[in-house]
Design a protein around this ligand. Structure first.
Ligand code: ATP
Ligand code: MG
Length: 450
């Protein structure tokens, strides 16, 4: 279907966002019933009040590709205040980029006012503000639908669908790019990344999710300006990291992030540790991400605490080694290293405390799980992080970080009845405490002087 559609028009330059190619109802596979009832109602209400309103972005792109959209976004020429007035259950959210959340039953529809470029010197600072490096700190300059299309990130995301006339409006040749499976930024790539460096992460996310190639210029510019990602507030990067890694394509995403030198900006200590890989760091991270993908695709729960624990494990190991060399006992070294790694990581990607605390418990369990003689095994089994700690241990064993055996022991311990557990726990030999004795600095240990 898409192949036929793209033959209908000649490709224009991606910087030229002019009049749209209009694809009428009989020429495309979309139908209004595929749009959520809430989103349809929002578009209908806005249209009947005389505003322009369309479905836009990922929902149109995904439906054209036969995928289930994650959400339905509406774009309109009504201002946020006008939208807010029109819908009783709505509220304006965001400062950098104002949008309106309209509640329709259990759905929340994001309604965005058409944006324009920030060229007019008379712009109000409350609506338009840039950093010294060109990053848009406020992006609330409103414009026409043509302006809006040119302000969208990729050509495939600048498709507008009107459920009432059942037509698609393609402003930036998104359809031919979808057909060629290309992620193609609109406008000058470097400039668009400067305005919002998160677009580099979005390019990677879509490449992984859709299996698309990143078009050459769109890709080459990332290598030039990847460092700009470090200027994004850590709280926004946390949200973006979750979108990148909790969508069922974490492994591919991880490799792409490394390929485009973006991973080292998001996880500097891990990237550094990977350079010193004793052989199991990379397989460990890959295995953890593969498991995350499998769990997400089969609808199982995944906690960001486990994901971050795995991603930061190589960094933690490297730092703990340094602390241990300084004579600290392993658990103390791990706790010190955990504190430092977490603090440093949160300066780049702000992981909330509700995830850093369990993350650190998962790490500590790695030193506690071997110490399972007698009643300790029963206490560990009742620990509220036991399951996560045990899964983490299995991963470490799988990639050869630790000798095989301990994982099996815990698997069996969970499976057998109480009497057998008792016998298992009693027959365990407690591992030797590796704590090194401090050498006392007595006068006799000093070199003798004449
Ligand atoms: P998905 O919802 O599947 O993650 P999406 O493309 O819908 O993908 P959203 O984050 O929901 O992504 O954004 C909706 C639309 O808003 C995008 O399709 C794009 O047109 C526009 N958009 C989002 N973020 C940006 C950005 N940083 N720069 C420019 N346009 C953007
Ligand atoms: Mg979306």
């Amino acid at each position: 279907m898409l192949k036929k559609l793209s033959k209908m028009f000649r490709r224009r330059s991606p910087t030229a966002v002019n009049e749209p190619h209009i694809i009428s109802s009989e020429q495309h596979p979309l139908s209004p019933e595929q749009i959520s009832a809430g989103a349809r109602k929002v578009v209908e209400q806005l249209s009947s009040d005389g505003y322009e309103a369309f479905l836009v972005g990922g929902c149109v792109r995904d439906l054209l590709m036969g995928l289930k959209p994650k959400d339905f976004d509406v774009a309109t020429d009504a201002t946020p205040e006008q939208v807010n007035q029109l819908f009783r259950r709505s509220r304006i959210v965001g400062r950098r980029f104002q949008i309106v959340h309209v509640r329709m039953g259990s759905e929340i529809i994001e309604v965005t006012t058409f944006r324009a470029h920030h060229t007019d010197k008379k712009n109000n600072r409350d609506d338009s503000r840039r950093s010294s490096k060109g990053m848009l700190l406020r992006d609330n300059i409103f414009g026409s639908i043509n302006d809006d299309a040119s302000r969208r990130d990729f050509t495939m995301n600048a498709l507008y669908y009107h459920p009432q006339d059942n037509s698609i409006y393609d402003y930036a040749d998104g359809l031919p790019d979808i057909e060629q499976r290309l992620i193609h930024i609109i406008g000058s790539p470097v400039e668009r990344y400067r305005e919002d460096p998160v677009r580099m992460l979005r390019a990677i996310r879509f490449a992984a999710k859709l299996g698309f190639q990143i078009e050459d210029n769109t890709a080459a510019a990332i290598t030039k300006v990847h460092n700009l990602l470090a200027d994004i507030p850590p709280a926004r990067l946390f949200d973006e990291v979750l979108k990148l890694l909790m969508n069922g394509h974490a492994l591919v995403t991880f490799h792409l992030l490394r390929q485009y030198q973006l991973f080292g900006i998001l996880f500097p200590a891990t990237e550094e540790a990977l350079a010193n890989d004793p052989g199991y760091y990379l397989p460990f991270v890959e295995k953890a991400l593969t498991n995350t993908d499998i769990r997400i695709r089969s609808g199982m729960r995944v906690t960001p605490a486990f994901l971050f624990a795995a991603l930061l494990w190589p960094a933690l190991k490297e730092l703990s080694k340094q602390f241990e060399q300084g004579d600290a006992p392993p658990l103390y070294a791990l706790q010190q290293a955990a504190g430092e790694i977490t603090t440093r990581q949160c300066q780049r990607v702000a992981i909330p405390r509700r995830f850093t605390l369990p993350m650190r418990e998962i790490w500590e369990l790695q030193l506690r799980l071997p110490r399972r003689a007698g009643s300790q095994a029963f206490r560990l089994l009742e620990n509220k992080r036991f399951r996560a700690g045990y899964d983490f241990l299995l991963l470490r064993e799988d990639v050869g970080e630790i000798e095989p055996g301990l994982g099996d022991w815990w698997t069996k311990f969970q499976d057998v009845d109480e009497d057998k557990r008792q016998a298992m726990a009693e027959s365990v030999q407690q591992p030797k405490n590796k704590r090194r004795r401090r050498r006392k600095k007595t006068p006799s240990s000093k070199p003798a002087h004449d």
